[in-house]
Design a protein around this ligand. Structure first.
Ligand SMILES: *[C@@H]1O[C@H](CO)[C@@H](O)[C@H](O)[C@H]1NC(C)=O
Ligand SMILES: *[C@@H]1O[C@H](CO)[C@@H](O)[C@H](O)[C@H]1NC(C)=O
Ligand SMILES: *[C@@H]1O[C@H](CO)[C@@H](O)[C@H](O)[C@H]1NC(C)=O
Ligand SMILES: *[C@@H]1O[C@H](CO)[C@@H](O)[C@H](O)[C@H]1NC(C)=O
Ligand SMILES: *[C@@H]1O[C@H](CO)[C@@H](O)[C@H](O)[C@H]1NC(C)=O
Length: 577
């Protein structure tokens, strides 16, 4: 494991995401004019602002990027409003990935190759341990090209200033390479091959074939496009924010993360792409051959679009991972868009939050990844309550008192279930989101719905229901469905209240079925079966706000279920933004 990354107390994460934007500030005054426009004032009553989920003081964000030692987060940001546009790289730093301090802009338009936009990219540690950032720039012809910045002073732990390479752009669409100039963006973190050559991929498409275009370089300045992409899939459309990294594949499973360049017999690779057409982050697990320089998924998940594997089956996009060598873990960060009308975003003055950073690793089955909120978030827990084991009878609702229900962390677990009582799963019910939409929390079943009602109002007119249903599938094998039902989340009907759903690969006849939910005013982030399936939702209650929210456990199945554990904590405010 040649690990040049260990030379410096830093490591990177980075994400990206983009669309089409107009940059309308004069070059020489970018920064000052951005600071100037940031002084617009917004409403002081902010019921939906998060208490411990990252968001900037105001305005629109989308893609995060992180860097460690000090951890660094760079994200796509519009200094001029709560809508997409004018994108620059905002920058925050942290020592625990929970409390953040804002810094100056990392990258903003200033040269020909990025004068019309500084979009997403990634950071890589070079041989000397100093990071370099590659990012997508928009040139005056509206071409997407790849550029590089390096720290002005690598000794500055806060990396406050970045300088652009005069060689920019380093990668660009040409007549010869036939790369689509409006579909060529989001370079990944580079990895070093056995031939000491750097490699990275850039997201693209040709017609409807999504692809990860591969580039190689010896010196990180001169990049050559490879003869074929690292991977491509017909019918998937534009691949944004690709992310390619190794995971440890050992029997019994391991939560240990790997540096991006690690290869070896106990290593599998993950390719994640953000599908522009569906706004979902999909991934496959497979084998990377560093000699042929191709990646082959074990199962062609992406071909199946929305039925393939996803990091998060709710509202979630443009995520990125980085290797945190200090704690030997790989960390995933994602962006969570609003589900409210753009006018509401503009009125409240901000749009978009980030999920709590998640540790991510290969499940012991080898078939999927597992995610869990980083342990640092537990430092925010105060005033915990433990509810003794009890039976939740058919149709019952149990209020969990003693916690601040608007800003909470809840773990609930259900005892083993008797599957003989489960309903049969119709073989045509293959789409979990459609199933959760048809069978919301108010549709009674046999085993389920049971779970939590988050952000509930006093008489439960409003609530976000996160729950399980258990069916008998083919050969009577258990099928566990996890849903996040937003249909009653608010009396305001302007919001997108789509239900989300995921199947969970767990056998509830053999093990207790767990659910953890992080609730923070307008975000409900839920982890089923210790992080095997994750669903994030945005909700905007009108009643369950300003201290009036309640938290409940419920069972609306005809069969009773046993709560084997129920622990909840109020969460302190973190320094966000
Ligand atoms: C590109 O940037 C220049 C300089 O900031 C600006 O004058 C022009 O309007 C921009 N064009 C587009 C299409 O965004
Ligand atoms: C290139 O990308 C643009 C923007 O998505 C798209 O409209 C166009 O069809 C693409 N061309 C090809 C050949 O894929
Ligand atoms: C953001 O949310 C809106 C409303 O739910 C949705 O239409 C849009 O596709 C989302 N965009 C992304 C990038 O997730
Ligand atoms: C599973 O639930 C049962 C109660 O139904 C409880 O006694 C047991 O301790 C739980 N097991 C684990 C591993 O939490
Ligand atoms: C439970 O089901 C009943 C009957 O359908 C319904 O009236 C009630 O609202 C449901 N509870 C929840 C939390 O959805």
């Amino acid at each position: 494991m040649a690990d040049h990354h260990h030379l410096l107390l830093l490591s990177f994460f980075f994400a990206s995401f983009l669309c089409h934007g107009v940059f309308d500030v004069q070059a020489s005054h970018h920064v000052s004019s951005f600071h100037h426009v940031s002084k617009i004032s917004y409403p002081t009553h902010q019921p939906y602002r998060t208490g411990y989920h990252f968001q900037p003081a105001k305005h629109w964000i989308n893609a995060p990027m992180l860097y460690k030692g000090v951890y660094h987060l760079f994200y796509q940001y519009n200094p001029k409003g709560a809508k997409w546009g004018n994108i620059v790289w905002a920058h925050s730093t942290s020592t625990d990935m929970i409390n953040w301090s804002p810094r100056g802009y990392g990258v903003y338009p200033s040269q020909r190759s990025d004068i019309n936009g500084t979009w997403s990219g990634s950071a890589t540690f070079l041989h000397d341990g100093v990071p370099a950032i590659l990012y997508t720039g928009i040139d005056p012809d509206q071409n997407q090209v790849q550029n590089m910045v390096v720290p002005e002073n690598p000794l500055d732990p806060y990396l406050n200033k970045w300088v652009k390479k005069h060689e920019n752009p380093l990668m660009e669409p040409t007549q010869q390479n036939r790369i689509n100039a409006s579909s060529f963006r989001d370079p990944t973190t580079a990895w070093l091959g056995p031939d000491s050559t750097w490699r990275l991929v850039v997201g693209s498409k040709h017609n409807e074939k999504g692809m990860a275009i591969l580039y190689r370089s010896k010196d990180f300045i001169n990049w050559m496009e490879a003869d074929r992409p690292l991977h491509s899939t017909e019918g998937t459309g534009m691949w944004e924010c690709p992310d390619f990294y190794p995971v440890l594949d050992v029997s019994g499973g391991s939560e240990v993360g790997l540096d991006t360049s690690v290869l070896g017999p106990n290593v599998k690779h993950v390719l994640k792409v953000s599908l522009d057409d569906t706004k979902h982050d999909h991934y496959t697990i497979g084998k990377y051959d560093p000699f042929a320089d191709v990646y082959k998924p074990d199962h062609d998940g992406l071909a199946d679009q929305d039925l393939g594997l996803r990091y998060d089956y709710g509202k979630y996009y443009a995520s990125k991972t980085f290797f945190d060598w200090g704690k030997n873990r790989r960390i995933l960060l994602g962006w969570v868009n609003e589900s409210s009308p753009v006018d509401d975003d503009v009125a409240k003055g901000w749009a978009g939050v980030h999920t709590i950073p998640r540790k991510i690793w290969l499940d012991k089955s080898g078939k999927q990844l597992v995610q869990w909120p980083i342990e640092e978030v537990e430092k925010l827990r105060v005033r915990g309550v433990n509810v003794p084991c009890q039976e939740l009878k058919s149709g019952s609702v149990h209020e969990v008192t003693g916690v601040t229900a608007e800003q909470a962390d809840v773990e609930i677990s259900f005892g083993k279930l008797d599957l003989s009582k489960a309903e049969k799963l119709d073989p045509s019910w293959t789409d979990p989101q459609a199933l959760c939409t048809r069978r919301g929390a108010s549709v009674r079943g046999a085993l389920g719905p049971f779970g939590l009602l988050a952000l509930g109002s006093k008489c439960m007119q409003e609530h976000t229901a996160v729950f399980f249903r258990v069916f008998k599938g083919h050969d009577d094998k258990p099928v566990v469905l996890m849903c996040s039902d937003q249909s009653k989340s608010s009396r305001n009907n302007e919001n997108d209240k789509a239900s989300y759903g995921a199947f969970v690969d767990v056998n509830p006849a053999h093990e207790n079925l767990s659910l953890r939910t992080l609730i923070d005013h307008s975000i409900v982030e839920s982890f089923g079966a210790h992080g095997k399936s994750v669903i994030t939702a945005r909700v905007y209650p009108l009643l369950a706000v300003d201290g009036a929210a309640h938290l409940y456990a419920f069972n609306n199945g005809t069969q009773s279920v046993k709560v084997s554990r129920l622990s909840a904590w109020s969460m302190k405010k973190a320094q966000i933004g």
